[in-house]
Design a protein around this ligand. Structure first.
Ligand SMILES: O=C(O)[C@H](CS(=O)(=O)O)OP(=O)(O)O
Ligand SMILES: [Mg+2]
Length: 239
């Protein structure tokens, strides 16, 4: 199985995603938030790139979520903290979500055969889903404003490591950046929270009052829920 890892959304070329599975990773925090919302029974998360589109799409019964500069958008129901997306708040609801990087990354991947949302909290399940889909796979690390973010790279390394574990080492073939990210993950796996907290986004989250988000988003394999894009919304894969 071939898995190419791309360092940030700016480096992603959407035409190269045709016929492939794309896993978009935004550990802090968009994909961790989408996974949490679906895990807690949201009936779908619609990822959009702009605030205007989010407001236009939202029907009366929908919830609006997202951030700009890490803060909840005025008039929205939620920000981008996975901790806000509780079962009580989201069960049975459709959510329209717009964030600076992650939802933009998902939009950029729409030409893919399948688009999955990966994070540390669903790393092994994302690996399993990608294997089941039997396509060449691209892992897009969302990054921040088109610059690489280490927490996304570490998560890519986790998914590669799980794929190697599930398929056998010789069957996991990745690019040089993927090899480097797997190395980073193996070095950091025993102290993921501390490593992610030391990253620039980890420090930014702590400064903005979201230390608990970093803690949650650093927990490995918390859930089997893997969001997959169907039409315009993300729903749990395989259900
Ligand atoms: O809310 C977040 O965690 C970030 C904000 S920022 O772009 O890193 O300032 O957005 P995300 O799209 O989840 O990376
Ligand atoms: Mg991010």
């Amino acid at each position: 199985m071939h898995i190419e890892v791309i360092a940030n959304i700016g480096e992603a070329r959407s035409d190269e995603f045709l016929h492939k599975t794309v896993i978009v990773i935004d550990v802090l925090r968009a994909t961790s938030t989408i996974i949490t919302a679906l895990m807690n029974g949201s009936r779908g998360v619609v990822p959009v790139d702009t605030v205007i589109k989010a407001k236009e799409l939202a029907k009366e019964d929908d919830l609006l979520g997202g951030e700009r500069y890490c803060k909840k958008i005025p008039g929205f129901d939620f920000g981008n903290s996975p901790l806000e997306y509780t079962r009580e708040a989201v069960h049975g609801k459709r959510i329209i979500l717009t964030t600076t990087n992650g939802t933009r990354g998902i939009q950029k991947a729409i030409k893919a055969d399948r688009v999955l949302a990966g994070a540390i909290i669903n790393g092994r399940a994302s690996a399993l889903a990608a294997i089941e889909l039997k396509r060449d796979t691209v892992i897009v690390c969302a990054g921040t404003q088109d610059v690489f973010s280490l927490e996304d790279g570490i998560c890519a390394g986790l998914i590669l490591d799980e794929i190697a574990d599930l398929l056998g080492e010789p069957h996991m073939i990745t690019n040089d950046f993927g090899l480097a990210m797997r190395g980073c993950y193996l070095e950091a796996k025993s102290h993921l929270f501390e490593t992610i907290l030391a990253c620039s986004n980890g420090k930014k989250m702590k400064k903005s009052g979201f230390l608990a988000d970093v803690e949650l988003c650093s927990k490995m394999n918390l859930t089997d829920c893997v969001p997959v894009l169907e039409h315009d919304q993300m729903v749990p894969y395989g259900r």
